[in-house]
Design a protein around this ligand. Sequence first.
Ligand SMILES: NC(=O)c1ccc[n+]([C@@H]2O[C@H](COP(=O)([O-])OP(=O)(O)OC[C@H]3O[C@@H](n4cnc5c(N)ncnc54)[C@H](OP(=O)(O)O)[C@@H]3O)[C@@H](O)[C@H]2O)c1
Length: 323
Amino acid sequence: MKAIVYHEYGSPDVLKLEEVDMPTPKDDEVLIKVHAVSINGSDREGLIGKPFYARLGGLRKPGYPILGSDIAGRVEMAGRNIRDFQPGDEVFGEVPGYHGGFAEYVCASEKTLARKPVSMTFEEAAAIPQAGVIALQGIREKGKVQPGQTVLINGAGGSAGSFAIQLAKYYGAEVTGVDNTGKLDFMRSLGADHVIDHTRQNFTKIGKQYDLILDVIAHRSAFAYARALKPNGTYFCVGGSVTTLFQVLLLGPWIKRTTGKNIRLLVVPQNRKDLLSITELCEAGKIVPVIDRRYPLSDVPEALRYVAEGRAKGKVVIEILKG
Ligand SMILES: NC(=O)c1ccc[n+]([C@@H]2O[C@H](COP(=O)([O-])OP(=O)(O)OC[C@H]3O[C@@H](n4cnc5c(N)ncnc54)[C@H](OP(=O)(O)O)[C@@H]3O)[C@@H](O)[C@H]2O)c1
């Protein structure tokens, strides 16, 4: 099969279109013919090997040579323990380990897959999984956003952020989106009441406080985030610098004891239940998976370059098989 392969961490130039062996499904996996795969922040991190957690699979070189985690396609073959799917089913979801999707075929566990809604294209379905589930967990499940609350989303113009703005608005919050200059109008178009350009302003220093901060690109100190929270407010760190992640882990409990503010990591397990919940909202038209650009498989390097240049608004999708 054809796949986009890399053997060293680096820029999109290290990605090559190659012929590789088809994967073989284990007993508890299905083999999927991939129709579409979307790009997430985790692909960008996996490509460059930064932050450090992106190297957990391979310290010096990538542990797995194919990136791509959010796929939609058709089941080609089912392992002997598979109960929920059979060949021919249209499915979508996350690939465990966040890799393997930039290819014509991929194997995935049935636990993180769901049936693709008939009303959705493969591209729309592939845009949802990781980003949608992070937003659902951050805003609704763990964030428990209530009408009238103030919510700030840092990195709001990207994959998870584009879902999070819409969800927070849907649940009645007053939403502030933070991202680069080129994404301010985009965040407003998704419903953000206020936008902050991170290249001009540091949201932790403008004197405003929020009930909930969802941060997909954390890089400041835990104390800075605490300063931007209302009493009893919550800060969730989803991804970002390892220094900040450790600070949140180590200082979070102390900040809670001394100020009452919650500074936590948001761990988002890949799972079917949340995938179905966020997809229901998409099917009902309450949330829209926003696809900025589509590229063919051979242009994954170009697509990741577009993302790395800070231009992608919402999701970028790779169309492997059209229709
Ligand atoms: N916690 C968990 O269990 C879990 C699970 C899965 C994934 N993750 C992590 O979740 C994160 C998900 O990110 P994503 O897919 O939404 O990424 P994304 O699509 O790359 O979006 C990140 C957004 O943040 C913007 N940004 C960059 N620097 C910024 C700054 N200093 N201030 C404000 N915004 C800034 C980016 O703009 P530019 O385009 O200018 O860079 C981009 O719009 C990744 O770190 C991933 O590893 C966590």
